[in-house]
Each structure stands twice: as C-alpha cells, then as structure tokens.
Design a protein. Structure first.
Length: 312
C-alpha cells in the first residue's frame, strides 16, 4: 500500500473532538492518501472524566462505519494505561510484563473492532521488567497474528539497540519503529520537560537511525502544540535558549521564501530530512489537517535545507 508520509494523531478523538468531527478528519485524511493512524490504549486518560478508551473506540467506530480496515495502518500502544481508576499520572501504569502486554492487546483489539494491529508499540520504558520478557511477549503477538510489526516509544536509543539484540539473539521479532518527541526547535540538553514521560530525539538517536535503516522514526509533538504560530501556546521552558530564537527566525524566513506556513516547513523538513521522519500530526479541525497536508507540496531544495540544518 502506498500512503503519504504523515501519521494522524488521535489523542482527543472521542473527548475534546466529537465523533462527527473526528470522522470528518479521518475521512479527509484517507481521501488524501493517508493511512497511518496513531493511537494508544490510554488516550486520553489525563483528561477529566476520561478512561483511556476513548480514542481507540472512536477509531473503531469509524473503521466499522467506513468498512475500510484493510486500507488503514493502525498503530496503538500498551504499557502506560493506569491500573487505578481516576489516576491521572503514570504512577499506576500497567507496565510491560508479559501478562500486561497480553491483556492490553485484547482490550485494544476489542475497542478498535479488528483482529490485528499493524504496529504495536511499547508506550513507555519499564525497567522493572526484563527486556527479554517484553520482547518474547511481543513476538508471541506477532506469531499469533494479532500484531504485524513492533515499535518502541519513549525509549533511549541504547535500550532500543539492546532490545533489538535480545530479539535477534532469540529469533524473535525486533522493534522496527521508534517513536520520540522531535521537532525543528530543540530543548537545552538535559533540561527537564513539563511532560516528564516524553523522550526527545537526541543527536545520538538521529545518528543511530541514519545507520540503521531497519528502524523508522515516528515523531510526536512535531508542531509544539501550536507553539510555532500561536502566542497563547508558549514553548516549554526547556526551549528557552538562544538557539530557539535563531531556529524560529530561520524557519520563518524559509516559510516566507517558499510561500508556506511555518508549520508546513517544519513538517517538510522532517519528512525529507536525514533520517527521514514520519511526523505524527495531531489535529482537532479540518483546517488544521488541510494545513498539515499542504506540507507535502512544500519543496525544500538542498540550499534551503542546508540553511535550516546549519542553525544551532
């Protein structure tokens, strides 16, 4: 299946975004050649009144109503769903034990109304469980036909490599996808983020991925929750340093030159960079989706890309 190199983020579907709007967004995305839907078994548990079921259930209703499961690539996650009702933290997260993984996939398949997930992600790092236990459990899901490919989210690159080695040594299916926070602006090295569960793609990570074609990088928070264009969405304090100002100036200059929005240039930079990235774009309106889709028409030639890359 050929599809556009963007993934649709679905965190607010079923809560802040009602079915009518969510269905319209997914319809437009599919019509444009989009296939990658990114969700989780805990989205969005941190919203008041939410359980974590909402996003998967909304996607499941849409797939059933459109009868298009075979045309979509569904990615969902396990490991970070709270086990205590009402918990809005990761303190009671289910984790990545074999038992937790086996229970989690059944819940996701039921909510999504499907018999398999195309990409199944370990949502968080769980050092309380041996890597081999998690890797064997994930491989079992692949062998059972419940999962096609595996990914790790919010995992340091050294742990990713170790997990892949464990899988290879045992003849198990290795992680083929890595999902991290990544955008054009970068935080100060080592600076804590407000979202403590987020792991940012480092230069070491990007270097590893350039040499490891068997792993695809998916990036979340690509548009900084609207921070590139909205004054009411200030960046996290970790991004408060001179390099951010320089990068913002550079991306705005390039956007003006190519006749695109800043958001579109950021997405184009990610898609066409080295390593190439699959940006996850979270939207709540059709207008936001249309802007993101417009990034696919933005062409950054070698000079423009070099100019953007050279800013530190």
């Amino acid at each position: 299946m050929t599809h556009i190199p963007l993934a649709l983020g679905t965190i607010p579907f079923g809560t802040a975004v009602d079915d009518r709007t969510a269905f319209a967004i997914m319809d437009r995305f599919a019509e444009a050649g989009g296939a990658l839907l990114d969700t989780s078994n805990n989205y969005p548990f941190w919203y008041d009144g939410a359980t974590g079921d909402e996003s998967e259930l909304t996607i499941g209703r849409w797939l059933a109503s459109r009868n298009n499961r075979d045309h979509m690539v569904i990615g969902t996650k396990c490991g970070a769903r709270p086990t205590v009702p009402g918990d809005r933290t990761l303190g009671s997260a289910e984790g990545l034990s074999a038992g937790a993984v086996g229970t989690a996939i059944e819940g996701s398949l039921r909510r999504l109304g499907t018999d398999h997930v195309d990409v199944y992600w370990a949502h968080i790092e769980d050092r309380s469980v041996p890597l081999a236990e998690t890797a064997e459990a994930f491989d079992g899901l692949v062998r059972a036909g419940k999962v096609r490919e595996l990914g790790a989210s919010n995992l340091p690159v050294w742990r990713l490599e170790r997990a892949r080695n464990v899988a290879r040594e045992n003849g198990w299916t290795p992680y083929a996808h890595l999902q991290l926070r990544h955008s054009y602006v970068r935080p100060r090295p080592g600076a804590p983020l407000r979202s403590a569960g987020h792991v940012v793609a480092s230069e070491e990570t990007l270097d590893y991925l350039r040499q490891e074609p068997g792993v695809t990088l998916w990036a979340y928070n690509t548009l900084m929750s609207g921070g590139y264009t909205r004054e009411d969405r200030p960046f996290d304090e970790a991004f408060d340093h001179p390099g951010t100002a320089r990068r913002l100036a550079a991306v705005r200059e390039v956007a003006a030159e190519v006749g695109a929005t800043v958001n579109q240039v950021v997405l184009a930079w990610l898609v066409g960079g080295s390593p190439a990235v699959v940006p996850i774009v979270g939207v709540s309106t059709l207008a936001q989706l249309d802007e993101a889709l417009g990034a696919l028409d933005v062409k950054l030639d070698d000079e423009l890309r070099a100019r953007l890359d050279s800013v530190s």
